[in-house]
Ligand binder design. Structure first.
Ligand code: GLN
Length: 488
């Protein structure tokens, strides 16, 4: 077996039995990155030297008998996570040369357990996008078909897992940015409940929606990564102080007797036929495993995209006000202060980010605030209530992740509205603040991965991981590997 094909659990076994060292594993991953990066473009920064130093340190820990599950495991993280002393761009030219003075809590937790950082992954600029096309550092290609997008905004995080350039990765999800790329690249991705993972040191896009989560090759790895990053952090006032369960311990409990809701608004006529087929087969698999299906309704689903793009843009316009060329980031040569602000921001931000800042500023301006922002907040409450009512009857819900498999590079780039609409099935979960898992559930006729979404109750990560694991044990989808073809 290739080292780069191993899961966290497989690699951990080899490290523990001393069949392999972390330096060997890390070297294998760095070689793999070098080999496929020209076709894929998952990374903004590869930290080869630091990775090898961390791997040697991990080998010393292992030799001293300290072999935690994550010790010596080569990982990579989205470039939205601050990493002390390592360039962090958030996919934007405005942060092109930004070196953070401290690190994100979620990365520190992995690092403290001995994980090795291979580098920082490509993403849509400031996590705004669904295709990775808005990155200032070039596009990332889908490892299953290099003419297609990997999804976004954590496109690099998903592509790196699918292309075997990292054993597992971290991403962030504000409106689907972990789940949608996981679905398009055939990996497992978890968007945890709001407050479950610290956002400290994660560059803010829309603070009331942003969450950190793992992307992995299988559900057991996802449970392990989730357990490692979850938990209260005094440095994030929205992180919740509730005990972190052992997500791995309950994976084997199966789905017999579980009630799974099928929200009727998610199984609409326009759904892609291959996606529909994969969902029907997944439902059959779960029935065979002893789960029971219940029809449920989330009646305000049709308003979710509009609500999200008002709230997310409003919060983004406020969060991105700090990039003014004064304290950090790109500063343009200019005549006077105002000119400097204007030029720095005009040169530093890409067009999608500018569009969001304008939308958000408009929605928050006096005279429009009540009509747009306050109205959107009220609709958000209605959407949350939809989830509360539906969850009174079921343990979890099953839906598609995206209405279609990965689209072609450039297909939606000139039509922002069409791009926004592709987030329809992932956005409501962020508005409701709950958790959801994306796992491989089939392939389209032309060989593209299709993901299924399991939506859990708030802090119900154990339940969806357990249901995901049961499905994975009963199917082979997650075992298929992308064969990376040259760009044509
Ligand atoms: N595609 C959505 C957006 O552009 C979601 C992005 C995300 O989750 N970060 O806002």
């Amino acid at each position: 077996m290739n080292i780069f094909d191993m899961t966290i659990h497989q690699l951990h076994g080899a490290l523990k039995e001393r069949k392999l060292s972390s330096v060997e594993a890390t070297t294998a991953m760095l070689d793999r990155i070098a080999a496929v990066e020209p076709q894929i473009g998952s990374f903004i920064t590869v930290t080869a030297e630091g990775a090898l130093a961390a791997a040697s340190a991990a080998d010393r820990r292992i030799a001293a008998g300290e072999c935690d599950l994550l010790t010596g495991i080569p990982l990579a993280i989205k470039d939205i996570f601050l990493t002390e002393g390592i360039r962090t761009t958030c996919g934007s030219r405005i942060l092109d040369s930004f070196i953070p003075p401290y690190s994100a809590t979620s990365w520190e937790k992995l690092r403290d357990r001995g994980a090795v950082l291979l580098g920082k992954l490509n993403q849509d600029e400031f996590a705004m996008g669904s295709s990775n096309e808005s990155s200032a550092f070039g596009i990332t290609r889908n490892p299953w078909d290099t003419t297609r997008i990997p999804g976004g905004s954590s496109g690099g995080s998903a592509a790196a897992v699918a292309a075997r350039q990292a054993v597992a990765t971290l991403g962030t999800d504000t409106g689907g940015s972990i789940r949608q790329p996981a679905s398009h690249c055939g990996c497992v991705g978890l968007k945890p409940t709001y407050g479950r993972v610290s956002r400290y040191g994660v560059i803010a896009y829309a603070s009331s929606l942003d969450q950190v989560g793992p992307l992995t090759r299988d559900v057991a790895d996802c449970a392990a990564m989730m357990g490692a990053v979850a938990g209260y952090d005094a440095k994030d006032s929205t992180s919740v102080d509730t005990p972190v369960p052992d997500y791995g311990a309950t994976l084997n409990e199966g789905v017999r007797g579980m009630k799974i809701g099928l929200p009727k608004e998610y199984f609409i006529a326009g759904l892609d036929a291959d996606v529909q087929k994969a969902m029907s087969e997944a439902i059959e698999t779960y029935r065979r495993l002893g789960a029971e299906f219940v029809d449920v309704s989330l009646p305000h689903t049709e308003y979710a995209v509009a609500t999200y793009y008002l709230i997310a843009a409003a919060e983004a316009s406020s969060n991105l006000a700090r990039y003014d060329g004064v304290r950090f980031g790109h500063r343009a040569a200019a005549d006077g202060l105002l000119d400097m602000y204007t030029k720095s921001r005009s040169e530093g931000f890409g067009s999608e980010v500018k569009r969001r800042i304008m939308l958000g500023t408009y929605a928050l301006s006096s005279g429009y605030y009540d009509a747009y922002y306050v109205k959107a907040q009220k609709v958000r409450t209605l959407i949350m209530n939809d989830f509360i009512s539906a969850f009174a009857d079921v343990d979890l819900m099953l839906t598609p992740v995206a209405p279609t498999p990965a689209f072609r590079i450039g297909e939606k780039a000139d039509d922002p509205l069409l791009m926004y609409l592709s987030d329809i099935f992932t956005i409501p979960v962020n508005l409701a603040g709950t958790c959801a898992l994306s796992i491989p559930a089939g392939f389209s006729a032309d060989g593209l991965p299709i993901g299924m979404q399991l939506i859990g109750k708030p802090f119900g990560e154990s339940t969806i991981l357990r249901a995901g694991y049961a499905f994975e044990q009963a199917t082979e989808w997650h075992r298929r590997k992308a064969e990376i073809t040259a760009i044509t």
